[in-house]
Design a protein around this ligand. Structure first.
Ligand code: UT7
Length: 328
């Protein structure tokens, strides 16, 4: 019997217009363009307009996907939104996007896995395609990081940006699409990268709303060490598991947190720099948004059958790698 796999049949990305450059940040915190560029690879990032929410990103992403594929919103069965910056604590932003974009026959949910949000979501979506119950699933990875960043904290504001993207998953019998995944987590890492207040541990009160606990906290050095090791290990592991040599890999689509983490991952995989998708200099770290933004930007350079490794590491800790064969 032929195996059904989940092919990516369309991709779309979205970033807001407003640019926040390293030079802009020099006016907000004690930092400089040289430090940010050499330590992270980032030159600028995007910022949502006032009042622009995750669902607004989502609707633009979905509309572009539907247009590219030439289908209507009512044809979508399911929407998964990997994000940590939803419109509300509840309801899920997936519900809001379905409503705003007219996806009347879809159900969906949000998935909280920080920078691994797109990978986790993609893997769940592909299972629903493989089991035959769903025919068209939109998987989104996007974040409005500016809504939870403290622009007085140089440890975090220099890295993060707003944006994201999404893909359409559809069944195929030709062996293309998602081939394999390795996903991991370690909750012991939560103390090094988190938003401390606003959850049930410490709900927002009049008093704590004035404190920095409402923003992203990151102990950068510790996260960096874990990211370099785990993202590189898992990317190498998925290659080994699937008998892929560096020559077999057409592209690495790595989470864009820091150019040094990306380089370490590519080195460990033994792949050439020319095969690494990179856009960190323009968009910074958009959390769950980085990988679909890469696929969107590199779409024209991808060929049917290309072996692509997606890899991420982020808050949680969460990390993983997914091996796909590009389907168009
Ligand atoms: O996206 C998911 C997970 N996140 C990540 O993967 C991010 C991982 N972490 C990182 O990318 C890096 O740790 C950062 C980019 C956040 C920081 O870079 P670093 O090389 O780890 O810097 P550091 O925190 O070790 O600081 C080095 C020095 C310190 O000065 P001293 O103590 O050596 O005198 C800092 O005070 O750089 C100083 N520093 C800065 N200087 C200018 C820290 N932040 C800044 C800044 N501008 N923004």
């Amino acid at each position: 019997m032929t195996k059904t796999t989940a092919a990516i049949t369309a991709v779309n990305g979205y970033v807001p217009e407003k640019v926040l450059s390293n030079h802009d940040l020099e006016k907000l915190v004690d930092t400089n363009d040289e430090w940010i560029t050499s330590r992270t690879g980032i030159k600028e990032r995007r910022m949502a307009a006032d009042g622009e929410a995750l669902s607004d990103f989502g609707v633009k992403i979905v509309e572009g996907i539907l247009e590219k594929r030439g289908i209507g919103p009512e044809e979508i069965d399911m929407v998964i939104v990997g994000s940590i910056t939803g419109d509300y604590r509840f309801p899920a932003t997936a519900n809001v996007i379905c409503d705003k974009a007219g996806m009347k026959n879809a159900w969906g949910f949000d998935l909280s896995a920080a920078c691994s949000g797109f990978l986790y979501s993609l893997d769940i979506g592909r299972v629903y395609i493989e089991n035959g119950t769903h025919k068209k699933i939109i998987v989104i990875g996007a974040d409005v990081m500016s809504s939870i960043i403290n622009y007085k904290d140089r440890a975090t504001c220099i890295i993060f940006g707003d944006g994201g993207g999404g893909v359409l998953l559809e069944p195929t019998e030709d062996g293309l699409g998602v081939q394999d995944s390795i996903l991991r987590s370690d909750g012991a890492g939560r103390e090094f990268l988190l938003q401390k207040i606003g959850g049930s541990v410490e709900p927002i009160t009049k008093e704590n709303a004035q404190t920095d606990g409402q923003y992203v906290f990151q102990e950068g050095r510790t996260v960096f060490k874990h990211a370099v090791k785990n993202m590189a290990d898992v990317a190498a592991e998925i290659m080994e598991k699937n008998n892929l040599t560096a020559d077999d890999v057409a592209w690495l689509a790595p989470h864009q947190a820091n150019l040094r983490i990306i380089d370490a991952t590519a080195n460990r995989m033994g792949i050439d720099n020319s095969k690494i998708m990179i856009n960190i200099e323009k968009f910074g770290n958009t959390t769950a948004g980085t990988i679909p933004l890469l696929l969107w930007e590199y779409e024209k350079q991808l060929n049917k059958g290309d072996n692509i490794i997606l890899a991420a590491f982020g808050g949680g800790f969460t990390w993983g790698a997914i091996y796909i064969k590009w389907a168009y």
